[in-house]
Design a protein. Structure first.
Lengths: 195, 195
């Protein structure tokens, strides 16, 4: 394990597990694989995580922490609703397109089997984010005197779809780069859902 | 097996496998599970499919067939580009929201491990659809004398994201129903990406 990981071994385990899940699938990755990739003994790994399910749940939780820290918290410091929404779009896209964050946050959208109790806790955090977006969109629509037929709820799902779908197709070396794409998606959303 | 399936047992196997993959995950479903759900012997199942991978590949291929038959072919019969695009949006959303189609087409977006050769064949069909969309969007932008900054490529990915993300959140009993949602998504996309 790299030296800086020793301070927070759980974090380093999560990051390595996320990479392995991406490369060989969640079910194709065993606890042994995770331990081996970290040069840990199996006992060493089980000291931190009792099961692969616990790793997956912690990964998803960590992904929601990233969303809160990098997207929601900075946005909430902005008073103007329209500017706040632009910040959410730009920052959420930044997370999705950041090589370091995406290997963790992409786990949120995999339909891996998680126990109903754990699944419920993750879903509740996802729902909080959707409500935050929905309320913000409603606020911007009011501020701009929006007269169109798009509801804040449909708009929130459309926006999340545009952004989260980027995981499926975006390659860092591709022709659509982060800044240009963020600008274009913001234009689509503002013209399309906020009049 | 229901009587009408006897005529096309492969189809019935695919549909049952898709349901099981949704309920218990791809890796959590064995060939035995598929055979048992169909009241087939294991030999009977292997007579039609040699492996679970073959089932998954056929499911994905079948999903692309559905897209071609229900979305692309009917759209291509429409001469006016704008009307053609509206038809694509409405019909693609119809597939995603149809209970019968979605259990098959959702498989397209799972990151299941498929051999590189098979993966390549599916990806090539996906790319054909993206190019079809991109060209159609470019045509509509020209027709409308679009002056905005949204490229047909970014617009195509935004639209696919909005629509394919519906798998993640839509429930048939929810408040956002198919007709209303198709209308709102069409409005977002036309106002947002086509001026």
């Amino acid at each position: 394990m790299p030296r800086d990981a020793v301070a927070d071994p759980r974090q380093e385990i999560l990051r390595t597990a996320a990479r392995l899940f991406q490369e060989q699938g969640y079910d194709g990755t065993s606890m042994n694989d995770v331990a081996a990739a970290l040069k840990l003994s199996k006992g060493g790994l089980y000291h931190h995580f009792q099961s692969k399910d616990e790793i997956l749940f912690d990964l998803m939780n960590h992904a929601m922490d990233i969303t809160e820290e990098r997207v929601i918290a900075p946005a909430k410091m902005i008073a103007d609703p329209e500017e706040r929404l632009r910040t959410v779009i730009r920052r959420h896209m930044g997370v999705v397109m950041s090589e370091r964050d995406r290997e963790i946050t992409v786990m949120l959208h995999e339909n891996h089997p998680l126990s109903p109790a754990l699944r419920k806790r993750i879903n509740s955090r996802k729902k909080d984010y959707i409500h935050f977006l929905e309320n913000l969109i409603a606020e911007v629509q009011r501020q701009r005197g929006y007269k169109g037929a798009v509801s804040p709820r449909a708009a929130a799902f459309a926006l999340l779809g545009m952004i989260n779908w980027i995981y499926q197709w975006h390659r860092p070396e591709g022709s659509l780069q982060e800044d240009g794409l963020a600008q274009q998606y913001t234009e689509i959303f503002f013209q399309g859902a906020l009049g």
